[in-house]
Design a protein around this ligand. Structure first.
Ligand code: NDP
Ligand code: GDR
Length: 374
């Protein structure tokens, strides 16, 4: 039996790591592109690393970058993958306002570079292509809930770059008959979520506060509404999209929406902390009403755990996102298995373990710096 080969850009990211695990379990040979960094950046995939010196290693990393055409072409010509998952991106919306040109280069033109390299190498009829599209395309929403037919109105340099990537993927499908799909994924999170995205910032920040490592969590727009799913559920869907008879684009979402404020409330409750929100706009705060159990020894009633810092407001905000995953359910039989609350509990539990380790070291005079840049 021939082993299928997959190439994942962004393999060191949240989704890339879960997708690599998933594909290895399915028997694939998994190749990933990692960026050169001055420190190790493979923490999310270290547990599935296979020594390349052993026979039949099925997990291989290649140095590369979505800004480097010749590098992408060489890797594709060496690997000749059956499936390419383009997950690599400057994926932070707020950062895209600070680095718009780089974001456009990586997230927009990077997608073109990959597609064109596939075509240039004559792989367009054999290689299936998945593009990590996003609910941010809907931006200023034209319809609630958002589905595949809802018009786009991107609200950030990130979303505009991703809009180019969306359409160039459709274009290569129509122009060259490529099997190319867009997954329009709504927010999905996990304990492996980057520390500066809102859910992880909250679970990690509150766990640190619970253990006395930080004092206060500074947030942006906590009225913002999102449709949050679990990354594990969503990477399964990325693979399913490439196993159909014909390529198509799908919204992947849970169909349920919550506010950032609700996510803060759930996270605090996982730590035994009950919060009361008072004030409004930049003066809104969350104060501790009660603490039960032993998960938050450093917190007491009356402490202010959350404040607003306008630094985290965005020049243009996406206030509300809610997806309609009907097409994915009906066509692919996909339903998410993990709820937002279950995911929140898992994230808090993982961040609490780390915070406890840090607190223990601190108690023994081995004070490790806790990065709070967010
Ligand atoms: P992450 O930010 O966790 O991972 C991004 C990955 O892209 C990392 O491996 C990163 O490498 C890599 N990368 C960044 N810049 C480059 C570059 N110039 N060349 C090559 N690789 C690069 O994102 P997620 O895993 O959360 O998301 C995966 C994809 O899905 C992204 O494209 C994102 O925009 C999109 N998306 C995500 C959603 C979500 O809610 N998570 C929802 C919808 C879409 P390094 O580790 O070195 O930084
Ligand atoms: P988003 O995710 O912009 O939706 O993009 P993020 O978690 O960054 O923000 C969600 C919402 O929370 C609000 N918010 C804050 N966000 C951050 N990061 N930090 C804060 O302090 C804060 N306070 C409030 C934001 O304003 C926003 O409304 C993510 C990324 O994964 C994209 O790559 C992906 O395409 C989309 O999800 C779908």
């Amino acid at each position: 039996m021939t082993v299928k080969k997959a190439l994942i850009t962004g393999i060191t990211g949240q989704d890339g790591s879960y997708l690599a695990e998933f594909l290895l379990e399915k028997g694939y040979e998994v190749h990933g592109i990692k960026r050169r960094a001055s420190l190790f950046n493979t923490q999310r995939v270290d547990h599935i690393y296979q020594d390349p010196h052993i026979d039949n290693a099925r997990f291989k990393l290649h140095y590369g970058d979505l800004t480097d055409t010749s590098n992408l072409t060489r890797i594709l010509s060496e690997v000749k993958p059956d499936e390419v998952y383009n997950l690599g991106a400057q994926s932070h919306v707020a950062v895209s306002f600070e680095a718009p040109e780089y974001t456009a280069d990586v997230d927009g033109i990077g997608t073109l570079r990959l597609l064109e390299a596939i075509r240039f190498l004559g792989l367009e009829k054999t290689c299936r292509f998945y593009q990590a599209s996003t609910s941010e395309l809907y931006g200023l929403v034209q319809e609630i809930p958002q589905r595949e037919t809802t018009p786009f109105h991107p609200r950030s340099p990130y979303a505009v770059a991703k809009m180019y990537a969306y359409w160039i993927t459709v274009n290569y499908r129509e122009a060259y008959g490529m099997y190319a799909c867009n997954g329009i994924l709504f927010n999905h999170e996990s304990p492996r979520r980057g520390e500066t995205f809102v859910t992880r910032k909250i679970t990690r920040g509150l766990a640190n506060i619970a253990q006395g490592l930080e004092n206060c969590l500074y947030m942006g727009n906590i009225d913002s509404l999102r449709d949050w799913g679990h990354a594990k559920d969503y990477v399964r869907m990325q693979w399913m999209m490439l196993q159909q008879d014909a390529p198509d684009d799908f919204v992947i979402a849970t169909g349920v929406q919550y506010s950032v404020r609700e996510f803060i409330t759930w996270s605090a409750r996982e730590l035994g902390i009950e919060l009361a929100f008072t004030g409004s706009d930049v003066d809104e705060t969350a104060t501790v009403v009660s603490v039960t159990g032993d998960k938050a020894p450093a917190v007491k009633p009356g402490d202010v755990l959350v404040r607003i810092d306008p630094r985290y407001f965005r020049p243009a905000e996406v206030e509300t996102l809610l997806g309609d995953p009907t097409k994915a359910k009906e066509t692919l039989g996909w339903v998410p298995e993990i709820t937002a609350q279950e995911m929140c509990a898992e994230m808090v539990a993982e961040d609490l373990k780390t915070a406890k380790r840090h607190a223990l070291l601190k108690a023994h005079g081995m004070d490790l710096p806790v990065s709070v840049e967010n």
